[in-house]
Design a protein around this ligand. Sequence first.
Ligand code: GLY
Length: 371
Amino acid sequence: MTQGQFHTVRVALGARGYDIKIGENAFETVADFLCKNHKGRRVGIVTDENVAATQLGRLNKSLEAAGIAHMEVIVAAGEASKCFATLEMIVEALIGARLERGDIVIALGGGVVGDLAGFAAAITRRGMDFIQVPTSLLAQVDSSVGGKTGINSRLGKNLFGAFHQPLFVAADLTALETLPARQFASGYGELVKHALICDEDFFDWLDANLDEILARGPALATAIARAVAIKATIVAKDEREAGERALLNLGHTFGHALEAAAGYSGALLHGEAVAIGCVLAHEYSSRLGLAPAHDGARMAKHLHRAGLPTTLADITVEPPTAPELMTLIGQDKKVTGGALTFVLTRGIGKAFVQPGVDGVLVEAFLKEKLE
Ligand code: GLY
């Protein structure tokens, strides 16, 4: 739905439901939201040093204009900040500034800041409310929506965390103007994933509008809103991933293992790993006779046009071996009772969750792909 200059998507979770506003200058909706719904609350903004340099001034200005008292906590940019030391620093900065349980944390940044600040909000004074203000495409279409928050363990990504839904999400397209092309493409990998899961018409629309989306033209807002609406519908049905929400992990079982093998370095960004993971999930599904090969070719062509890698050969670091990848896959949160759960597909827009996948077959498939 579009209201005024913003697309609005609702995450229908009853009393914990919330709106996502998407559009140019969506930062401004945060002050409006606070004044209407949480007058008098103080705000602790958590951001990283890069976002602080480019975006914090814009958000501060709109909060100041609305008379909202605020403080800031600035962390180092990058995945390494999703650790206990940084979490502790944030929590103590919020408490040290005497923010009360009824005050509000704002996560201003990409996925790292959103996950970290959301988790800090979940545990500070036994739980503060928070608002997501995602500034990367990846965070706008995925991590800012749905309430997954957390930090990394040395044993794997996001292994400490909590489900903690935000009060509100403001996805500001103006903030994307400074996003480097490779980061934008990585975010697009998560965006198109939603079409690949359950909406072939959306995939066709993305294919027809890809040039305008990559040029960050008006089609971008529509694309983000449609992807987020798919995610919101799935989250509303299965908030804690007891079943259907696992669909959102399409491409992630292979993708997370590839990211881990690349040492979570800049050599392979999350959305790049997801793009390769989606192609592998499709190829594996084709191998099982489930998905038509021509859909895989359409998908790979589209991802390639978007500037994303699509094969294991596209990874620039030393490729892992198939047993190494299987060890990493075995550490994934999607393992239940020692058995692997994969998101497989019957074609574009027809993904499904498959528990009890045979690891021996997957390893043989990966070995072949790595040859
Ligand atoms: N990123 C997948 C989820 O939110 O469930």
